[in-house]
Design a binder for this molecule. Structure first.
Ligand SMILES: Cc1ncc(COP(=O)(O)O)c(C=O)c1O
Length: 385
């Protein structure tokens, strides 16, 4: 299998697996227990928290461990909203559902939510953020990098705008962490969501960075773990794996970026020159290095995924994080794409284990299957295929 769906999830690194194994075996203590086994589990969690913090230049006390990006986003939104400092939230129209759905729920409860538009490259305009700010705005939440087209937002400028107006700034950085160096202090981020399984760690674990001094109400109540912000016995093995994944992501970011860029440039150059009537979507420069997103006119993206799968290539049309039902992408719609352009889209996201040879094989197969699908396309005569 050639795996080109690394934005959906990544293979767990062998060093991460090795680090986790003792916590399924002899290290079974509950981190809240006072005895030796409990203390060992607690120490493992604190060491991981430090590794997670280091990846974003935070302090380990500012890391709240969660079950992943979805919970981190929900905690940021409900957690800030529950503090009662205002009933207006600013977000963008291209966020992941883990932001949009909690916002919709708050809307039903009477909150006002502003969904900012984006341009054809998927970029938010900082002036639009400014225009929406009101005395009632309690939170601005804008994603760092988009999960479908990879566009990277002007996060530093938006954070600056938020703070100038005394508003808390959150960013869903699930797709950006490990791909772009992030220093929460330099950028001025108050809350930041991370997910382990996007950076070669295990699934079902993540973190919310909470800047010292920012109050967030807990979503889950109980025994008071995580400083009372998230009760429940910690998922020790996964947290340990996540910590190792962060350590590796930090150590290897430079070489990974070079590798990702080289693979996506190769893919893009060959696809655009060898497959006619094809576009690269997203911003040309302001994008995460591992994402390449295309529209093949006259082709149905789902049929393309199935054909690629038959040829042992794993790809995606876009967001695949919730259920297998494909809905028309709200991201591409917000970018002004027509229905036909939306249905003809394909996302290829590379990872650490991909090779140049795989990129060449992918383009060779893609050329063949796009041609086959266009031969039977209802748009055959319209586009002269
Ligand atoms: C931008 C973004 N936010 C949030 C999530 C959800 O993260 P998790 O799968 O860890 O819940 C994803 C998953 O794809 C994502 O891409």
């Amino acid at each position: 299998m050639i795996y080109l769906d690394n934005a959906a999830s990544t293979p767990v690194h062998q060093k991460v697996v090795d680090e986790m194994i003792p916590y399924f075996g002899e290290q079974y203590g509950n981190p809240s227990s006072i005895h030796k086994l409990g203390r060992a589990a607690n120490t493992a969690i604190q060491n991981s928290r430090k590794r997670i913090a280091e990846l974003i230049s935070a302090d380990s006390k500012e890391i709240l461990l969660t079950s992943g990006g979805t919970e981190s986003n929900n905690t940021a939104i409900y957690g800030v909203a529950s503090e009662g400092k205002g009933r207006h939230i600013i977000t963008s129209s291209i966020e992941h559902d883990a932001i949009l759905e909690p916002c919709k729920r708050l809307e039903k409860e009477g909150y006002k939510i502003s969904y900012l538009p984006v341009d054809k490259h998927g970029l938010v305009d900082v002036n639009d953020v400014q225009k929406e700010i009101s005395h009632d705005t309690c939170l601005i939440t804008i994603m760092f990098a988009n999960n479908e087209v990879g566009t990277v937002q002007p996060i530093k400028e938006i954070a600056y705008m938020a703070h100038k107006n005394n508003i808390i700034f959150h960013t869903d950085a699930v797709q950006a962490v490990g791909k772009i160096p992030i220093n929460v202090n330099d950028i001025g981020i108050d809350l930041l969501s991370i997910s382990s399984h996007k950076i070669n760690g295990p699934k079902g674990v993540g973190a919310l960075y909470i800047r010292k001094g920012i109050s967030v109400a807990p979503l889950i109540l109980g025994g008071g773990q995580e400083n009372g912000l998230r009760s429940g016995t910690e998922n020790v093995a996964s947290i340990v794996g996540f910590g190792m994944a962060c350590k590796l992501a930090k150590e290897n970011m430079g070489q990974n970026t070079v590798h990702f860029k080289s693979l996506t440039s190769k893919l893009t150059a060959r696809i655009l020159s060898e497959i006619p009537q094809t576009n690269l979507n997203g911003h040309l420069e302001k994008r995460i290095p591992n994402n390449a997103h295309f529209t093949f006119l006259g082709v149905n993206g789902e049929d393309l995924i199935i054909k690629l799968d038959e040829n042992k290539i794993a790809a995606s049309t876009g967001s695949a994080c919730s259920v297998r039902i494909q809905k028309a992408s709200h991201v591409l719609r917000a970018m002004g794409f027509s229905h036909e352009q939306i249905t003809g889209s394909l996302r290829l996201t590379v990872g650490t284990t991909n090779t140049e040879e795989e990129m060449n094989q992918t383009v060779d197969i893609l050329k063949k299957v796009v041609q086959e699908l266009r031969a039977v396309s209802p748009y055959k005569s319209k586009y002269n295929f």
